[in-house]
Design a protein around this ligand. Structure first.
Ligand SMILES: NC(=O)c1ccc[n+]([C@@H]2O[C@H](COP(=O)([O-])OP(=O)(O)OC[C@H]3O[C@@H](n4cnc5c(N)ncnc54)[C@H](O)[C@@H]3O)[C@@H](O)[C@H]2O)c1
Ligand SMILES: O=C(O)[C@H](O)COP(=O)(O)O
Length: 635
């Protein structure tokens, strides 16, 4: 069968309530006409129930209209206020696709069992012709009260849309877009070629079940029919997989954007992740999901990854870069939370509080100052002097500690902190040692038996960075021998994937050891900050091409797109690509409105803004340039 392609002889039949507008107009009229009445909410609920039952095909249309008008008790004078309210409630995708509505004004018809009195002013404002509106009309009593509708109008009756469409007898293909069962009836009776169930405002399973196609927005309808539209790709087609319980703020932000979300609580293993990633464009994870090269090899649609945390060592960044997948994280949002936990643990451990607290729970009162110390005047050794290390340095000095640090990069010391020339020097001098290095592979077992051997007898040891940095058997040995008098460990070489899995580790049951389930960054504040921050980065990339703050892509902060097309070209960083791109623009006489280029050692990222009209071949030729990794068109 040849696919249906819209032509000049194609007619678009569009429903009004909950399709063209976000709401049912009679519900809004009720809010106006019932205002001030004690039973307002109760009556409004009754009206909504009747509307839904009508839409789902459970009540006859005539019954539904009559019942609602009676409950409404509305007046002609209330109609201007209704129109004003409705004008602010036009569906977002209709508002942004005015171009389609005006360009095809002769082919677009509103067919609704709503009322002309409010439909005409709303739809004509967006370019639809008044004479193409088919709807009911109100009837009034002599005082102007709305008492019914014109019963001669077929739209006031059951299967009225079908009857009307028969009368209109369109000579051409007919596509129907609507959210209700009565819209489907047009297709059912053979008077339309296709029925699109419109779900931007309401989702009615009984209607979806009957649809030829589900359109989450008008963009989806336009994309499906290759008609001109305001968005290059419908947002509802963009699939997002969010793992590890990311904050609801992030879920809400991505949902608001119109993306399709799959949200899961725990992490996934490699095979599960590959399966879940099929068709997914955006992946959101935290520290526990390993995104390996094999995962990326099997996720052809994946465009960007958001790490809703600081660390990105769980992602194969080299593979992501080679595949043109931009990775973002939240580099500062939970820093303070880790610092506060480190300070708290340090004080608890040096005071030997954990065994005392445990004994108290067993009823043992063991008051003694033995092996309890202040942190004031003690030497704190920080391994890794990045965002967390430096902030802890400042807070620890405020507590009266002498801070020492060691970093592989030459870092400026804050306050009176003293730089050590080697890790060994730092280990030997410190009373308390806290690890804050990043999780790069080379840091595996950075602290092992040799390093514990260099530490002072009775040292306090903390790791809130990454689990693989410490050789756990060596730490266990150091605790048992008394070398380490207290330990605070938040991160482990293997961590349970979900809260249902048992934590297995040799550190369990040892004295004066605080074990926490990787919660250094798990505060309400930090998670809310991250939930706000990372979606901003993901949306900046998806909607605009911006890579500012990316951990693996050349960073570009791009201006917003205005009335032009943006061509994004990601390629292997080899000589001559920019020249090849610009040769194609020259060949097709394309005037470049703006061009941006940035490279890193692996890839180049070229963004070109051009006027909307250009030859179809341009895109294909850009995609065909040797060493192209990915190409995207945005408008
Ligand atoms: N426990 C948690 O919940 C939690 C929360 C946030 C961050 N983290 C982890 O904390 C660590 C620090 O985070 P950050 O934001 O300060 O990172 P950062 O990148 O700002 O700082 C890391 C520092 O470590 C240094 N470094 C790397 N390897 C080193 C080595 N072998 N010796 C000495 N210095 C070394 C780097 O040069 C850098 O200055 C990261 O591993 C991060 O993943 C854990
Ligand atoms: O890298 C981080 O920010 C921390 O390790 C926290 O990770 P989480 O989000 O998995 O708790």
């Amino acid at each position: 069968m040849t696919p249906l392609v819209p032509t000049d002889q194609t007619y678009y039949i569009i429903d009004f309530d909950s399709t063209f507008t976000k709401v049912e107009a009679l519900d809004i009229l009720g809010e106006i006409s019932l205002s001030g009445r004690n039973d307002r909410d109760d009556v409004l609920n009754q009206i909504k129930t009747i509307t839904d039952r009508g839409m789902a095909g459970e009540l006859s249309l005539a019954q539904s209209i009559q019942l609602r008008l009676k409950l409404l008790n509305a007046h002609r004078d209330q109609l201007p206020a209704l129109v004003e309210r409705l004008s602010t409630m036009v569906s977002d995708s209709f508002q942004r696709n005015r171009g389609f509505l005006t360009e095809h004004a002769d082919q677009i018809f509103i067919v609704s069992s709503g009322f002309r009195e409010f439909i005409v002013p709303i739809v004509t404002a967006l370019g639809i012709k008044a004479e193409n509106v088919y709807a009911n009309t109100f009837e009034y009593d002599e005082s102007g009260n709305i008492v019914g509708c014109d019963e001669e109008n077929p739209l006031s009756k059951d299967r009225g849309k079908v009857k009307l469409m028969r009368e209109l007898n369109f000579d051409g293909d007919v596509f129907v877009i609507g959210d209700g069962y009565t819209d489907y009836e047009i297709r059912e009776s053979g008077l339309a070629n296709k029925f699109y169930a419109f779900t931007e405002n309401v989702v009615r399973p009984t209607v979806i079940a009957k649809a030829d196609h589900v359109a989450a927005s008008l963009d989806e309808f336009l994309f499906d029919n290759k008609l001109s539209r305001s968005q290059s790709y419908p947002k509802s087609r963009i699939k997002v997989l969010l793992l590890e319980n990311v904050h609801p703020i992030a879920v809400a932000l991505l949902e608001k954007e119109g993306f399709s979300l799959d949200v899961r609580k725990g992490a996934l293993d490699e095979d599960e992740l590959i399966e879940a990633l099929q068709g997914v464009h955006i992946l959101g994870i935290r520290s526990k999901t390993n995104v390996t090269r094999r995962v990326l090899d099997n996720a052809p649609k994946l465009m960007t990854i958001g790490a809703f945390c600081i660390g990105t060592n769980q992602i194969d960044l080299t593979a992501a870069t080679e595949k043109g997948i931009a990775v973002f994280n939240a580099p500062y949002s939970n820093t303070r939370s880790v610092v506060e936990l480190a300070v708290g643990e340090m004080i608890m451990l040096i005071r030997n509080i954990v065994p005392k607290s445990n004994k108290m729970h067993e009823g043992v009162w063991d008051k003694s100052a033995t092996n309890s110390f202040e942190v004031r005047g003690k030497k704190l050794g920080l391994v890794g002097y990045g965002n967390i290390g430096t902030q802890l340095s400042v807070v620890a000095e405020a507590l009266g500690m002498d801070v020492y640090f060691y970093d592989v990069v030459d870092k400026l010391s804050l306050g009176n902190a003293r730089k050590c020339q080697s890790l060994d020097e730092l280990l030997a001098v410190s009373d308390v040692i806290s690890l804050h290095t990043d999780g790069r592979k080379d840091n595996k077992n950075l602290i092992g038996a040799r390093e514990f051997g260099l530490m002072k007898q009775g040292v306090i040891f903390m790791n809130l960075s990454r689990g693989h940095i410490v050789d756990i058997p060596a730490l266990v040995e150091a605790i048992k021998s008394g070398k380490v008098a207290g330990a605070g460990i938040d991160v482990f070489p293997y961590e349970p994937k979900t809260n249902n899995e048992e934590f297995m580790n040799e550190l369990r049951g040892l004295p004066n050891v605080i074990l926490t389930p990787h919660v250094g960054g798990s505060t309400e504040e930090a998670q809310a900050n991250i939930g706000q921050f990372v979606p901003g980065k993901l949306l900046g990339y998806m909607n605009n091409g911006s890579t500012y703050g990316s951990v693996n892509f050349p960073e570009l902060q791009l201006p917003l797109l205005h009335d032009s097309h943006r061509l994004l070209h990601i390629h292997a960083n080899v000589p001559g690509i920019l020249a090849k791109i610009n040769n194609i623009f020259a060949k097709y006489h394309i005037n470049i409105q703006g061009q941006y280029l940035k490279t890193n050692e692996t890839i180049g990222y070229v963004i070109t803004d051009i006027a909307k009209e250009y030859a179809d071949e341009v895109v294909q030729e850009l995609k065909d340039i040797d060493n192209t990794i990915r190409f995207r068109l945005l408008y």
